[in-house]
Design a binder for this molecule. Sequence first.
Ligand SMILES: Cc1cc2nc3c(=O)[nH]c(=O)nc-3n(C[C@H](O)[C@H](O)[C@H](O)COP(=O)(O)OP(=O)(O)OC[C@H]3O[C@@H](n4cnc5c(N)ncnc54)[C@H](O)[C@@H]3O)c2cc1C
Length: 173
Amino acid sequence: MVNGHAYKELKSPNTNLAILCSHNFSVPFNQPIAYARKVGELTNMLANGHILVQRFGDILDGKRTWEKELTQSNVKPTLPDAVAGDITAAMPYRAMMNIINFIKAMDEVVPGFASYETLLYSPELKFYSNRIKMDTKLNTNIEGLHCLGDSSGWTRGLMMSSAMGVLMGRELA
Ligand SMILES: Cc1cc2nc3c(=O)[nH]c(=O)nc-3n(C[C@H](O)[C@H](O)[C@H](O)COP(=O)(O)OP(=O)(O)OC[C@H]3O[C@@H](n4cnc5c(N)ncnc54)[C@H](O)[C@@H]3O)c2cc1C
């Protein structure tokens, strides 16, 4: 899987972010972790056990990215052993459309975000833990035990986990 390895000393001319799209399942299937694993496996399989990389423009044109095209692009992949290919062959339609629409919308505020050469890596998967039951003051059913941030199962990102910390701080103060 990709995303997140940040070297302190080693710098790159590129920047990156993850675009996450949540799925909730109900009847007759409710195994989101198994589902996400399958998506990951399929993507890894297409890349022969590696990470897939594809240019955004190729996705819109409905074609895979070829290694030769990647070497000729201005944007060079920071991850050297990512394999050029077709992410859309493994990504479910709804998740893919969410990602495409997000990139297009971001282009309105960050012109160039949706450029032909923007690189997409896949798979990036996040698994949520079970959510711990708490009241609005973050009390669990064990007196004096509070669960915050990712450990609570309620967050998987910096913003929300930080916000939860602030809420708890206010309660304790
Ligand atoms: C590789 C990676 C990339 C990510 N990229 C993004 C991103 O781009 N954007 C985004 O919003 N979020 C991202 N996240 C998620 C984000 O980092 C987490 O959601 C957030 O850091 C959770 O904050 P937290 O305070 O709940 O937990 P943490 O930041 O995990 O803090 C828990 C702390 O508890 C400490 N600890 C554990 N056990 C003990 C113990 N027994 N005693 C004392 N201390 C202990 C740990 O050392 C740690 O410092 C990424 C996460 C990873 C792993």
